[in-house]
Design a protein around this ligand. Structure first.
Ligand SMILES: [Zn+2]
Length: 382
């Protein structure tokens, strides 16, 4: 809290030995400007000018803005000159429009309402050249103004699965949601100490639709009849493809009839790891930004936290723009797909799978129709 009457709380203050200085909490540039404007309104331009001339000391005393110590409360002194016209002995008029800063030297005031030090003063104390010190005037707390923000970041990524949608257009999808609503702030010594909690809720799903899952080269669904299709479906594209309704990035397997659920999960988990990583970067960025802000109220702090949330999400979006993000994921998974396809080809070429449909004599009844190949997903990518 920024109060002009604040006692020094650190040993860094050096101003107490000076006769002129600046009384305010060191809490950022806008706070300084605000204090100056306030002071200017209160004591006038000349006094502020005098203060500004003395101000270079303040920067040395207060230290920088980027270290761990976010706020230094200093106690400075202003010695300003003012002249108050002395009324005649019998005149009690306030025609000069006195404000509340005018010292209430009123010999007729009841003793109970006057500062104790004045109780033994009287009009007869008036003497040419005499100086009176008003040491008993009570300090007045000024309201808090714009306080600095010091935040401790707690970043909590949470990766999990979620059910696929009813209508499948992709093999899988990963979403990230940024939440800062577990955050809190405490105001103390001209600083809002913020416990910045950034939750990154990451959820993905995978689904193969009508396709057959091939979990390994030993999968029971592989036959001598279908293994060439299994191999081609799981083989990553050697180069980008965009022909005959089939669009593939380099290293993306076609998966027209067969897919591999475990490798698709691995692909989505790659995206989730990206979300986690870029979310962390965004959270650190947001924390550093927050530490450069000032706030005048808890409502201000709340607004700033909302902006941090947007910054984190924006960071993820910018870092995970397609198609680069998909290319990275397919590149990451290509070796696994290639190894599985290769193993299946080796085994099939060696007649290692059951023949299906069974070898049929020319006179035998027609075998059951082969399962119809499902339509390729509409622009779907795992
Ligand atoms: Zn993907």
């Amino acid at each position: 809290m920024h109060t002009l009457a604040q006692e020094p709380r650190t040993t860094q203050q050096t101003a107490s030995a000076r006769s002129t200085g600046c009384a305010r909490a060191r809490s950022g540039q806008s706070s300084g400007v605000s204090s100056l404007l306030h002071l200017q309104r209160t004591v006038g331009n000349q006094a502020v000018q005098r203060m500004l001339e003395a101000d270079p000391e303040e920067d040395r005393a207060a230290g920088g803005n980027g270290g761990g110590l976010r706020s230094v409360v200093e106690r400075h002194f202003h010695t300003l000159s003012a002249a108050i016209r002395r009324d005649g002995p019998a005149v009690q008029s306030d025609s000069a429009g006195a404000d509340d800063r005018e010292p209430a030297i009123d010999a007729k005031a009841p003793a109970a309402q006057a500062p104790t030090a004045s109780s033994d003063r009287s009009a007869s104390d008036l003497a040419e050249g005499r100086t009176v010190h008003f040491s008993s005037l009570p300090p007045i707390d000024a309201p808090a103004q714009w306080d600095a923000i010091a935040s401790i970041l707690s970043y909590s990524p949470d990766i999990g699965t979620t059910p696929p949608p009813a209508v499948l257009t992709e093999f899988g999808k990963t979403n990230s949601r940024i939440e800062v609503n577990q955050s809190s702030a405490t105001q103390n010594n001209a600083t809002f100490n913020v416990e910045l909690v950034v939750d990154n809720v990451i959820r993905y799903w995978v689904a193969g639709g009508n396709r057959t899952d091939i979990a390994s080269d030993n999968d029971a669904d592989i036959t001598q009849a279908n293994y060439p299709t299994v191999v081609s479906d799981l083989t990553p594209a050697a180069a980008p493809v965009n022909t005959g309704g089939l669009a593939l990035l380099k290293n993306q397997p076609p998966r027209t009839r067969f897919w591999a659920e475990d490798l698709t999960i691995k692909h989505e988990e790659f995206h989730a790891a990206d979300d986690e990583k870029f979310g962390r970067e965004g959270a650190l960025e947001g924390r550093d930004w927050l530490n450069r802000q000032t706030a005048g109220s808890f409502n201000d702090v709340e607004v700033l936290l909302g902006r941090v949330s947007q910054m984190v999400a924006a960071r993820i979006l910018a870092a995970m723009a397609p198609p680069a993000v998909e290319q990275r994921a397919y590149d990451d998974g290509a070796a696994d797909y290639a190894a599985r396809a290769r193993a299946i080809k080796v085994k099939g070429d060696a007649w290692g799978y059951a023949p299906t449909p069974p070898a049929r004599p020319a006179s035998a009844p027609a075998p059951p129709a082969a399962p119809k190949a499902p339509a390729p997903p509409a622009g779907g990518r795992p």
